[in-house]
Design a protein around this ligand. Structure first.
Ligand code: ADP
Ligand code: MG
Length: 340
């Protein structure tokens, strides 16, 4: 059966100025997403998470004339080959988005109700009266109390957490098959963030949609996703079912990110594990594994040759990693060394 989303060799490059080769921001990404599946995309700041999401929606050129190559097949249709007009019928309708970028954030001078109703009238052909009723339903769906009164208010009358709920309502208005969220809860405090994640879980079960949730937080991935993609320097370092990847990571980068989740019983303010060094600058990508310069387990080959993304074992074909070293063995050696 055809997957809902089939990303094939997605690559994004930005022009680097005269005489210089373009800089590769997203490097040959391939994966599929099924109906009702939730994918968490995780990586440090600068790893290419936002660019990947923008490219998938045909929006990469909005950022510094970036150009996307490859294919993004959504229900079999290549989004990268669609006209702007055809793309607008998919984006915001069949694919809902929650971004922090200004282009999709709320308009301060229009009421929440107007902003919710507009796509319903425009894309779904609803009457204004019906769209307004649906706007009230949507506010109530995302847990906003007194929706009939709130629908006439302006964004500034909502708190940060409530505004984020409104953004979710807008993304869900046209009942999308796929919802893409780009760090929508990062600016919120921990309690509100947990409420929003819980809300997304409920809505997913209710609306039967697939989700791509971008975050730098492995804890959010664990709470929400069934698949995880670990991104570094625009490359997939590891990808697979969350339980497999979390139980036995095969990329040192994934392992390092997992160390940053607070352990049970740890006080939340204790200093957590930090990955040493700086994320790689895409304009100065090393020839081999991009994480090698920061990886304590890197071998000579890692510095020389980029490892392919491949299944870690025939028993777990969905769990793929790009690593020349054998991480479970490296970790076992490390533990044995510490016990001596
Ligand atoms: N228009 C652009 N021109 C040049 N470099 C860019 C552009 N947009 C993003 N980048 C670079 O691409 C990398 C990925 O950025 P981004 O997708 O925003 O990362 P993330 O969302 O994971 O923090 C970063 O190194 C960033 O500096
Ligand atoms: Mg980002």
């Amino acid at each position: 059966m055809q997957p809902l989303l089939d990303v094939r060799n997605l690559t994004v490059e930005v022009p680097a100025g005269r005489g210089k080769p373009p800089v590769r921001i997203i490097d040959n990404i391939s994966y599929t997403l099924e109906d009702n599946q939730t994918l968490g995309i995780v990586g440090e700041s600068g790893s290419g998470k936002s660019m990947q999401a923008l490219a998938m929606l045909g929006l990469s050129q909005q950022r510094g004339r970036a150009r996307a190559g490859g294919e993004v097949l959504f229900k079999g249709q290549n989004l990268l080959a669609l006209s702007d007009k055809a793309l607008r019928a998919v984006r915001g309708v069949q694919i809902g988005m929650i971004f922090q970028e200004p282009m999709t954030s709320l308009n301060p001078v229009l009421t929440i109700g107007r902003q919710l109703a507009e796509p319903l009238v425009h894309h779904m052909g609803m009457s204004h009266a019906k769209a307004r009723r649906r706007a009230i339903d949507l506010l109530s769906l995302v847990g906003i109390t007194d929706p009939a009164q709130r629908v006439g208010q302006y964004p500034f009358q909502f708190s940060g957490g409530m505004r984020q709920r409104v953004m979710i309502a807008m993304a869900l208005a046209c009942k999308p098959r796929l919802l893409i969220g780009d760090e929508p809860t990062t600016a919120l405090d921990v309690t509100v963030q947990a409420q929003i994640i819980e809300l997304i879980r409920e809505l997913r079960d209710e609306m039967k949609m697939s989700i791509i949730w971008i975050t730098h937080d492995m804890g959010v991935v664990a709470a929400l996703a069934d698949r995880v993609q670990v991104l570094y320097a625009g490359k997939i370092m590891e990808m697979g079912p969350v339980d497999q990847v979390f139980r036995q990571p095969r990329s040192a980068y994934t392992w390092a990110l997992l160390q940053s989740i607070p352990k049970r019983g740890q006080r939340p303010r204790e200093p957590l594990f930090q990955i040493a060094g700086q994320p790689v600058d895409p304009a100065r990508r090393p020839p081999g594994d991009p994480f090698a310069p920061r990886n304590p387990f890197a071998t000579e080959r890692c510095h020389r040759e980029a490892p392919p993304l491949r299944a870690v074992s025939p028993d777990t074909p969905l769990h793929r990693a790009a690593a020349w070293y054998d991480l479970p063995r490296c970790l076992a050696d490390l533990n044995a060394g510490e016990e001596k």
